[in-house]
Structures are given as structure tokens and as C-alpha cells.
Ligand binder design. Structure first.
Ligand SMILES: [Mg+2]
Length: 355
């Protein structure tokens, strides 16, 4: 898949060549604004519009840490790998120009089993589905054998010069907003973990693979409970809208959890923040704890002046005011939460991955 035609011998299997051809076909059949040259040469060529800056983000996903081969179907791993990168572009108000993907995989994951697709094939199903939804071409990458499955994604985007949404622009008096609902991804992960535990008990010999959640997870209720964790929606339309309207003073995407990401935003802006527990949009089936500290919702957290006229929905997604930015005072916590018990420190304890 790399831009160069040279390939390492170990990945030069006919099946993989065919796969690369298929990816090329899917990626280049349509022309993408901003991509001059994709897979096939030594480099990809990108062309931002005049007056734009380039936004670049990179994210590493490692089996056993960011996903589990025995819990997450391959399509989900592919989808989430790209979603993480796109969400960072959304947080800057950037539009995607191209994605670059490097994969290190154990050989078993690249081989088709009889007439069944390989893990790698299914990974690309999920990846390319999201890429097409957001008009993001896969413009290059690399593929190598590795003892552990790793996926490294690079996203390149463009944003009008000097207009990117930054973490550093929040000011005392601004209101704090979030898009969508919070805690759904953490609730889904808890459900997945419970399913894996019960499958392990049933199989009785320590096998942690719950085949019921691999692909044909079927009962729709179950699929809904896992959807926020399996298929988070990068808020590119909402980030782009905020950027173009110049309404937001700062923004960050919720990858680690509200408590942790809000602390990052406050740190970069040199301010403090107060959240109202009662106003948090908590996802169905999620708890307050999951909404505050569960990661991977990939919603946008942003601030805007109190007098800004913020709509209650942007591009079909609810936007909810959840608190306010205050001055940083010595001896006071950076982030606090107001409940019926009064104000308490909001201790950042975002998601720690699978460790
Ligand atoms: Mg981010």
C-alpha cells in the first residue's frame, strides 16, 4: 500500500498485492478535492486551497492496549483507527485532505480462511466505509509483519489560515458546550467486557473469544448498546461549522474523557472551569461517572462567549451548555463540578486504555 512500488519480501504475497489494488481502486475511482496524487508513487501530493494551513495529527493503536482482537471485530478496529484521527481534525475545525495508514500485523491476520475474508480485508471494510463517508482518501501507507497488531494513522487536513480552533483560546466568562451525548462509549465498553466475561464462563476453558460479539452479534438491542463504543461519529461537520462561524473561542475532542480533556483545555488556556452535573447530556444506559470520565466518545468540547448565540443543534447533533470558564485562582482546583451537594473538585481521571 506504500507509495513506493518497492515492497518488503515478506509482505509481497499475491493476496496482499490484490488487496492493495482494491484499495487503490476504491480510493482513486473518485477524485478528491485536495488530493493531486494518491497511492502509487514515492509520495502523495496534496493541494490545500490558497490561504489555508495544513493540520496534521497522528494516532497509534496497539492490540491489547487500544483494542482487543478477541473483543473488537476487525471492521470495528478499522473504523475506530480512522475515527480517532478524523476526530482530531474536527477539533481544529479542519477538513480532511488525506489519510495515511501504516499497519504491522501477525501473518495470520492477513490470510483469508477458505472463502472467508481475512482480518485485514474486514479491517479495510470498516476503515474505507468511514473514509468514504467523510470524503477522505487513503493516500498512502505501509504494511509489514509484526508480532503484535499495530495501526498507525496520520490524518492531514486543511483550515483557513489563522482560523483553526485551538485549545488555548478559552477566557473567563465563556460558556462550555459539548456536542452529542456523553458516556455512551464507556457504557458500551463495560457491556462488551461483561459479555466477554460471560462467554468465558460459558466456554469453561478460559477462552476469552466471545464469537457472539465477533461480527454476527445480532440482537439489535445489543448492537445499539455497543454502537457508541464500536462506531463513534467524528464531529467534522460541527467542528467545520464552529470554525466557519468564528463562534468558538477554544475546542478539544473528547478522546480521554470529559474530566481529563477539560483539564487539558484549561491548562492550555490558563483558566479554570466549572461544570453543572445536572446539565450534562448523559447517553442512554450510561452513568454520570461514565459521562465524566469515560473516554472515546469523540464528541467536541468547546467554549464560546456567553453572549454568542449558540444554536441547540449543529448539523443535526445537539449542542449543550454544561458549565462556564472561570479565572484560575491560586489554591483552587482547576476544574470543579456542581451537584446538589454543592461544588466539588472534578478530578481528571480519564480512560486508561486496556492496561
Ligand atoms: Mg484530540
Amino acid at each position: 500500500m506504500r507509495g513506493k512500488t518497492k515492497r518488503t519480501p515478506q509482505t509481497d504475497a499475491p493476496g496482499e498485492r490484490a488487496l492493495i489494488q482494491r484499495i487503490r481502486g476504491r480510493g482513486s475511482r473518485k477524485s478528491f478535492a485536495g488530493l493531486v496524487l494518491g497511492i502509487g508513487d514515492d509520495c502523495a501530493l496534496l493541494a490545500p486551497k490558497p490561504g489555508e494551513e495544513i493540520a496534521v495529527t497522528t494516532d497509534l493503536s496497539i492490540a491489547g492496549r487500544h483494542f482487543r482482537l478477541d473483543w473488537h471485530p476487525p471492521e470495528v478496529v478499522g473504523y475506530r483507527t480512522l475515527a480517532r484521527g478524523l476526530s482530531d481534525l474536527a477539533a481544529m475545525g479542519a477538513r480532511p485532505l488525506a489519510a495515511f495508514l501504516s499497519l504491522g500485523l501477525p501473518p495470520a491476520l492477513t490470510k483469508a480462511k477458505g472463502r472467508k475474508s481475512s482480518w485485514l480485508d474486514l479491517f479495510f471494510e470498516g476503515f474505507l466505509e468511514l473514509a468514504q463517508a467523510h470524503k477522505t482518501p487513503l493516500a498512502g501507507g505501509d504494511l509489514s509483519q509484526s508480532p503484535v497488531a499495530v495501526a498507525d494513522i496520520v490524518l492531514v487536513g486543511a483550515v483557513p489560515r489563522g482560523r483553526a480552533l485551538l485549545r488555548s483560546g478559552a477566557r473567563a466568562g465563556d460558556l462550555i458546550y459539548v456536542t452529542g451525548m456523553l458516556g455512551g462509549a464507556a457504557a458500551g465498553l463495560a457491556r462488551l467486557s461483561a459479555l466477554a466475561a460471560s462467554a468465558k464462563r460459558r466456554s469453561g476453558h478460559g477462552r476469552s473469544v466471545p464469537p457472539s460479539i465477533q461480527r454476527k452479534m445480532a440482537p439489535k438491542r445489543m448492537a445499539d448498546a455497543l454502537a457508541a463504543h464500536f462506531y463513534p461519529q467524528p464531529r467534522l461537520a460541527q467542528g467545520g461549522w464552529l470554525q466557519s462561524k468564528g463562534l468558538a473561542t477554544s475546542a478539544i475532542d473528547l478522546s480521554d474523557g470529559l474530566s481529563t480533556d477539560l483539564a487539558h483545555l484549561c491548562e492550555e488556556s490558563g483558566v479554570a472551569a466549572e461544570i453543572d452535573a445536572a446539565s450534562l447530556p448523559i447517553a442512554q444506559g450510561a452513568t454520570l461517572e461514565q459521562a465524566l470520565h469515560g473516554g472515546e466518545d469523540y464528541e467536541l468540547l468547546f467554549t464560546a462567549p456567553a453572549e454568542a448565540r449558540m444554536p441547540s443543534r449543529v448539523a443535526g447533533v445537539p449542542v449543550t451548555p454544561i458549565g462556564r470558564i472561570t479565572r484560575k485562582l491560586r489554591g483552587r482546583p482547576i476544574t470543579t463540578i456542581r451537584t446538589e451537594r454543592g461544588a466539588e473538585p472534578l478530578v481528571p481521571r480519564g480512560w486508561e486504555h486496556f492496561v
